[in-house]
Ligand binder design. Structure first.
Ligand SMILES: NC(=O)c1ccc[n+]([C@@H]2O[C@H](COP(=O)([O-])OP(=O)(O)OC[C@H]3O[C@@H](n4cnc5c(N)ncnc54)[C@H](O)[C@@H]3O)[C@@H](O)[C@H]2O)c1
Length: 339
């Protein structure tokens, strides 16, 4: 028996970028039901457009901090994927609420799930818990010195999931995805990520914006690979009680990213503008994924240049024009984020 097939699954944050791809993959893997708990603060119902056509999928538009609602759901849940969170830029202007969702909610949810007798609990953390790489690639034993409240609150949240396993033997595991990209990624406002922002700009004849020298790098993983990796770990008995990276194992500098995007958009003539470096911007993130591979046989499938090319086409196919999307981008340095 697998953990997912025939199981009743709950996904917090399932209307978000990664969560919605996870929901698609859970449906493909024949979950009996998938309940998404999402207050749509950054996620959208549109992200679940396809999935919600399936009668097994339901969206509860509620805040996951509404514990009575969660308690009722958990009583009828076999497997939990906890992804609900507030992002890194949000943590700069509202650290307290960021902590409340990323850390305090993670503690109350894992406790509730344990009391409800949930069979498997997957806490989705982040590579941001490491801070800048002290060595690369970064294995799970790499020191954790997060540089933002986001990273710190994600670290607290994952520690609570580990504690539930260590103290009570609760079958929880922690997944640390590295930077994901792909369809439904955020370009807008506080949540805007560098790849979608750069794509939207290129589609509007605007040059890439790079903060600092552009030699900072990330392990960009296609979101379908991220979702597949998270599910593979949920299926693995060996992963229980463990903390495991999910990345592609290759790091891409922001300079290279800019040139891959402009090439994919057919606009190599758009040369990047370099602005001041961002405070708290980690210098390098690169996953060491051998634990993941040994436990699950997982290997990423989507090549970076292919994934970016497909994403350019995805953005071109949006009903919203690139100019309208550009108007929703906040290209500004983190210091200037208003309160
Ligand atoms: N995107 C990445 O590159 C990346 C990398 C590493 C880890 N992660 C982790 O993956 C998870 C998903 O990230 P994402 O990029 O899809 O972000 P996202 O913002 O698209 O998704 C988060 C979801 O949580 C929901 N949410 C926030 N607060 C909530 C609350 N109180 N109650 C209910 N729902 C709430 C939002 O509406 C959103 O749909 C997060 O835990 C994040 O830390 C993401």
């Amino acid at each position: 028996m697998t953990q997912i097939e025939g199981s009743r699954v709950l996904v917090t944050g399932g209307a978000g970028f990664i969560g919605s791809h996870l929901v698609d993959a859970l449906v493909e893997q024949d979950a009996a039901s998938v309940v998404v708990v999402d207050n749509l603060v950054t996620g959208t119902e549109d992200n679940l457009e396809g999935a919600l056509n399936d009668p097994r999928v339901r969206l509860d538009t509620v805040d996951a901090r509404e514990s009575e609602h969660l308690e009722a759901l958990l009583a009828e849940t076999d497997v939990v994927f906890h992804l609900a969170c507030l992002g890194v830029r949000h943590s700069l202007h509202d650290p307290q609420e960021n902590h409340d969702v990323n850390a305090t909610l993670s503690l109350s949810l894992v406790e509730q799930a344990r009391r409800a007798g949930v069979r498997r609990y997957v806490h989705v953390s982040s590579s941001e818990v490491y801070g800048s790489a002290q060595y690369a690639p970064m294995d799970e034993g790499h020191p954790t010195f997060p540089e933002t409240v986001y990273g710190a609150s994600k670290l607290a949240g994952e520690a609570y999931a580990r504690a539930a396993f260590r103290t009570h033997g609760f079958p929880a595991l922690v997944v640390r995805p590295f930077n994901a990209y792909g369809p439904r990624s955020h370009f807008e406002g506080d949540s805007g990520e560098v790849i979608p922002r750069t794509i939207v700009r290129a589609l509007c004849d605007e040059a890439p914006i790079i903060y600092g020298d552009g030699e900072q790098s990330r392990d960009f993983t296609h979101v379908t690979d991220t979702a597949r990796g998270i599910i593979a770990l949920a299926e693995s008995d060996e992963a229980i009680g463990q903390t495991v990276n999910v990345g592609s194992g290759a790091d891409i500098t922001i300079n290279r990213l800019a040139s891959v995007v402009t090439a994919a958009a057919g606009r190599e003539d758009l040369l990047p503008m370099h602005l001041d470096p961002r405070p708290g911007d980690v210098r390098r993130l690169l996953a060491e994924s051998s634990q993941m591979t040994a436990m699950t046989g997982y290997a990423p499938r989507v090549d970076f240049a292919d994934g970016v090319r497909d994403l350019v086409e995805w953005f071109r196919s949006r009903p919203t024009s690139p100019q309208e999307m550009l108007a929703r981008i906040e290209d500004r340095n983190w210091e200037k984020v208003p309160r």
